[in-house]
Design a protein around this ligand. Sequence first.
Ligand SMILES: [Ca+2]
Ligand SMILES: [Ca+2]
Length: 279
Amino acid sequence: MQVRSDFWKRCLVLLLAGIFCIAMLAGCSNGENSEAADSGAEVESSAESTDNAEGSEADDSSESEDAEVVAIESIDSDELQSIIDKAQPYEGEVQMSVHSVSGEEVPEGEEPDNNVVINKNSYAPNYLRVSAAGASSTLQASGYNYSVWNMLDWDPTTCWAEGNSSSEGIGEGFTYRFSGQTRIDGFEIFPGYQKSQSVYRKNLLPSELYIEAGGYKYLVDLEPGIQDLPGDGYAYYADFVFTPPIYADTMNVVITGVGTYGSNPDYDCCISEFHPFRF
Ligand SMILES: [Ca+2]
Ligand SMILES: [Ca+2]
């Protein structure tokens, strides 16, 4: 009887051990599945957020909307300078026009007001989709984001700020890449940190830039276009149009001059928006 009882006990133990092993295997496999499902969701949500971040641009862009958007890890300021040095001067015509954000054209040397209405029918920019972007330096401040992508979010209250603590920003710059060779008819810039009148005055803004695209360089004089921001909630931008257009897959920008309307600004040169476009 005793032997027999032990036999059944052993059988029971083996049976329980078997059930336990099966349960464990099933658990592991469920765990793997749920992990895979999680990472799938992550991929999906990051793809979604990328689309959202790019949404306003993609609407106006003729570029592929499927291209991956990536940050360029580091663009050395010496590398940017060497690209500028090697480029040939652009010898076409360049026209500048300054607008308040509501679309009025601002005559040269005047403050934006509501009296001048620009004929937007005369040119209709299609803003190019930037597939990768990087800056030579970016201001790091706890709780704040001064990423190069802030120039592409159509929000004048966010900006890229260069992060060279020992300079006013001259020699700093950024690179935009497009998904392929594209026509560039010009670009739109919101100079300075246009979050509010006081923030605008507490920072530096570019007064001169070198633009390089397709092996051509052009020294952009922003000076006649920069404005003393007339108030909070106001924004302005300058459009530069190249005739003939330039064809390129990359655009490089280097700050060569800075200015400010403030009396004691921080050492940070800022650009709220920067959008290359084609017609
Ligand atoms: Ca912005
Ligand atoms: Ca600086």
